[in-house]
Design a binder for this molecule. Structure first.
Ligand code: CA
Length: 238
């Protein structure tokens, strides 16, 4: 973990005190500066007092719900780009999808391990601090994949694979927002262009072809059921 990340401030919004205490304990041990809020109202006040680097938001809050907090955070100009990870119940796919639709950067399902929590937070922070792939002008390594953004070449385990321009753009779209779930619609817009008159299932077909070509690198692209796709975060590399 870098020094920059060690000093990062995390606002934990959770009404269940034992969970909030557990999360605080692990994050503090990792060097994060942690504040907690027990309600949506308290969370918005805390955000106003001092903007954190990331908010961990439980969706199940009494009164002012996590959804409402997230909606308000995205509406306010000063927090519109605040990284937010939502906490959802394990079985509740609808909650997760709704959280992502409202602009959450990632989600963690309960019950979660402290290690998973720490990795996810580090991944989101790293992502917001990292320059986009296309702007770096160097070879980017991701697991067994190496992507040369200048030459538009992709290597898997040192061997070059031939991608179509669409497959290449799709890979870059996923890679540029590494660790972040993207909807099929978002991928359509970034890889095909916003006005593309094609259906979202076309994305599934292309992702499948891309995975076939990537071979051992295929698991780097994960399917997020009911939502879209996600390129594995650096911390999750095999
Ligand atoms: Ca709760």
């Amino acid at each position: 973990m870098t020094r920059k990340q060690t000093a990062a401030r995390v606002l934990v919004v959770e009404d269940e005190r034992d969970i909030a205490a557990l999360v605080s304990f692990h994050l503090t041990r990792e060097g994060y500066r942690v504040r907690t809020a027990e309600s949506g109202r308290e969370a918005l006040d805390a955000l106003h007092a001092e903007r954190p680097d990331l908010m961990l938001l439980d969706l199940m809050l009494p009164g002012f719900s996590g959804y409402e907090v997230l909606g308000e955070v995205r509406r306010r100009a000063e927090t519109a780009d605040l990284p937010v990870i939502v906490l959802t119940a394990r079985r509740d796919e609808a909650d997760r999808v709704r959280g992502l639709e409202l602009g959450a950067d990632d989600y963690i399902t309960k019950p979660f391990s402290p290690r998973e929590l720490v990795l996810r937070i580090a991944a989101v922070l790293r992502r917001v601090q990292a320059p986009p792939v296309s702007a770096t002008g160097r070879v980017l390594q991701a697991g067994p994949l190496a992507v040369d953004g200048d030459a538009m070449r992709v290597l898997v385990g040192g061997r070059e694979v031939e991608l179509t321009p669409t497959e290449y753009r799709l890979l870059i779209s996923l890679l540029e927002r590494r660790g972040r779930v993207q909807t099929r619609q978002q991928l359509l817009e970034s890889a095909w262009g916003i006005h593309a008159r094609i259906e979202t299932r076309t994305v599934d077909m292309h992702v499948q072809r891309l995975r076939n070509k990537l071979g051992v690198g295929a698991p780097m692209i994960e399917t997020v059921r009911g939502f879209g796709y996600r390129f594995r975060a650096r911390e999750e590399e095999p």
